[in-house]
Design a protein around this ligand. Sequence first.
Ligand code: NAD
Length: 521
Amino acid sequence: METTQTLTNEMQQVLQTLKVDSLNPAYSTGLHSGSATEGGATKEIHSPVDGALIGSVKMADEAIYEKVVEQAQKGFMVWRKMPAPQRGEIIRQIGLKLREYKEPLGKLVTYEMGKIYQEGLGEVQEMIDICDLAVGHSRQLYGFTMHSERPNHRMYDQYHPMGIVGVISAFNFPVAVWAWNAMIAAVCGNVVIWKPSEKTPLTGIACQNIVAEVLKENDLPEGIFNLVIGDAEIGSLMSHDRRIPLVSATGSTRMGKKVGEAVGARLGKSLLELGGNNAIIITEHADMEMAIRATVFGAVGTCGQRCTSTRRLIIHESRYEEVKERLLKIYPSLSIGNPLDGKTLVGPMIDHEAVANFKKALQNVQQEGGKLLVGGEVLEGESYASGNYVKPAIVEAEPQYEMVQEETFAPILYLLKYQGEVEEAISIQNNVKQGLSSAIFTQNLLEAETFLSYQGSDCGIANVNIGTSGAEIGGAFGGEKDTGGGRESGSDAWKFYMRRQTNTINYSTELPLAQGIEFNI
Ligand code: NAD
């Protein structure tokens, strides 16, 4: 059990500023007209930081879910009529509102999820950045025009809104992933139903309130951005629901397979952003200062709970001892503790189950032959009373170990050695089921370009002299293989949120058929 403490004045203030009155079921379900008798079970939300009870939410049941879908359907009728640049204007205002609320929202992200405050702020900044990107898109939802083979005919393609976009999100990016999807979906004319992780629903309520202010100021209905707080069952209802043409799901591969199957069975569209098993390659030509800094941030940032966290370090044998020595010097000096404290670099894990998985993975890999070099302990004492603080671990291992092949969502870094050319390192890197993020540290052009070539990294993200985590808005984000194949938040990812239509217009007085077919009646 979590130790329950009293909420600090600071956090009470934050909740008040964000109007997170979580005990009100109307907020929990995103239906401002809800009543206290509605909804399913009540769930308490404890902070991983100090174990304090932050709030309680009413989980949605099927009846509430139905109401949310109806609300969204009504919202779509209004929203799709607005020209895209006007939708962009609403999103611009959401971006401004997020700037206003950046600090309290960043703090709540930190307090509810456990990432350090700098990363909490960074997450809100991503939301602001995606709003800016969506505003730009609002005047650029282009299709192509083509030359018709028939005289006096014109052909082009255009993009229409799809309807309701379902967003299922994970605990580790409790607000940014919603924004990545919601802002792009909305600028495309869709409405959104968001089911945040049941572990972090309060930040969801906060976002819903921020957006509701903008909608109200513009006399727009609530149903454009909808929230439904629930567990996997609600996610499953969304996946099976034909009224939701696109489901964007972020989370574990296990979850993604279920969502993908359910949506696929009704021939809907799914956008899957799933687990990663990300590696950094350090070649004999690496700039070691850069490589080490990127590795440490990638491996311990967000306490190893980023989809892009660095889990495997593939080091050329000539640099192996140097890398090991440097990391073993840095790891014991990492400040672990309250993520709201500016000096802390590593906050808590999300809950006791995550801590148990961390311990179990370390046990398993040692049974396979791995050598634990540093870390692995669960911290005790007053400052760590929530029981969620661990010392990030480094393990010497072999690439084929079962634990090395799996994503353990925890701060465990596996050191792997390679010999010979960069191709060998790339082969180790690619030889896992996941394909999200990858990086190489080298000052050698041939190595860098080989890594980026068709025979290089098989991941959705491949970086040179930058670590695996910390993607920026603008580039399409996502990965291959067990990571699910989805792309969001940049480039032309908006196209996935729209339905494509090809139009041919005949402005002649004849009716010629394509391919020269004669059909005279
Ligand atoms: P999770 O899979 O346990 O839960 C994610 C979401 O899916 C939650 O909202 C949950 O309620 C819902 N869900 C679970 N089972 C479901 C089902 N059968 N049908 C529908 N919905 C269901 O993941 P988590 O522990 O919250 O997050 C960690 C995982 O997310 C890691 O594997 C991480 O790599 C991944 N992740 C991936 C990305 C990415 O962009 N690729 C980003 C963030 C997190």
